[in-house]
Design a protein around this ligand. Structure first.
Ligand SMILES: NC(=O)c1ccc[n+]([C@@H]2O[C@H](COP(=O)([O-])OP(=O)(O)OC[C@H]3O[C@@H](n4cnc5c(N)ncnc54)[C@H](O)[C@@H]3O)[C@@H](O)[C@H]2O)c1
Length: 280
């Protein structure tokens, strides 16, 4: 999809009330797209809406929980009734969970699979058929993560959802290519967003001070969501199926292909030292 000029195009972003979703909605808007945005965080969503309107874009904004199939169905009915098919669909809404497998409850699995995996499936299920039907082509972005190919054990359930989103997107890309619809699995590394504050922590990760250290590590890394959005535009333009974003995401992607055992060893060593507070 040519994203150099998005005037007259409609872009939909889930989880647009914060972080990567908001920055991407604004990046699409600044290239001329009109926006459909949703989130469960209504104040965050209202802020994004205001910023998009300041760019002169028209905005359709709804409170939608992407894990709730009926809410996404009703959302799609509204959107299709008002503007027809979207041209760019970004399934971004997601949550984090810092927990090893042994500390992860079954309720945690329901919660994170519902948002991070089924949320993406719901977005595609309710919006892609109309894109195909209207036949204008377009692009689907599903937000995975570098954790979609790097198996960090302190993020066991999160890693599971992000591997799944990556596989889902790769399979979908072959199916949608004949319809002129590209698919990108976006795989950011360490990005400074509010997700570090909101992710539940379990087991040893729930010890005092660990969250503050994590927030500080992400802040120090200093990679803002706006830079992710700028790289996403390039990835869509190139029709990349898998799009690592940030140096660590690219390094991990390359190393995973060359030496998967080394990646597992480095991951375990990094996690041990992060938890004990020493440098790797
Ligand atoms: N920040 C990172 O380091 C990083 C790295 C790789 C991938 N990601 C992924 O990027 C995506 C965006 O995360 P972010 O870092 O911008 O975090 P964020 O917390 O800033 O934004 C996530 C947004 O999703 C919304 N959301 C959560 N559950 C929802 C639901 N059920 N329905 C609708 N909206 C919901 C939140 O309210 C929030 O506005 C996520 O999928 C995340 O897993 C983040």
């Amino acid at each position: 999809m040519d994203v150099r000029n998005l005037a007259g195009k409609r872009a939909l972003v889930t989880g647009a009330g914060s972080g990567i979703g908001r920055a991407s909605a604004l990046a699409f808007g600044s290239r001329g797209a009109d926006l459909v945005i949703c989130d469960i965080d209504e104040p965050g969503l209202a802020e994004t809406e205001k910023a998009l309107q300041a760019l002169g874009r028209s905005v359709l904004s709804r409170r939608v929980d992407v894990a709730d199939r009926e809410q996404v169905r009703a959302f799609a009915t509204d959107v299709h009734g008002e503007i027809g098919a979207v041209d760019l669909l970004m399934n971004n809404a997601g949550v984090g969970l810092g927990a090893r497998f042994l500390d992860t409850k079954l309720e945690d699995w329901d919660w994170i699979l519902g948002i991070n995996l089924l949320g993406v499936v719901h977005g595609c299920h309710f919006f892609v058929p109309r894109m195909v039907e209207e036949g204008r082509g377009g692009h689907v972005v599903n937000v995975s993560s570098a954790a979609g190919y790097l198996p960090g054990s302190v993020l066991n359930a999160y890693v599971t959802t992000k591997y799944a989103v990556l596989g889902f997107s790769e399979a979908l890309s072959a199916e949608l290519a004949p319809h002129g619809i590209g698919v990108t699995a976006l795989c950011p590394g360490i990005i400074d967003t509010p997700i570090t504050r909101s992710s539940p922590l379990r087991g040893e990760l729930a010890a005092p001070g660990i969250r503050d250290e994590m927030v500080e590590r992400y802040r120090k890394r200093g990679y803002p969501p706006e830079r992710v959005a700028a790289n996403l535009l390039k990835a869509i333009q190139k029709n990349r199926t898998v799009a690592p974003v940030s140096l660590e995401a690219w390094l991990g992607y390359g190393l995973k292909r060359l030496a998967p055992g080394l990646v597992r060893w480095l991951g375990a060593r990094g996690e041990r030292s992060a938890l004990s507070g020493s440098d790797t």
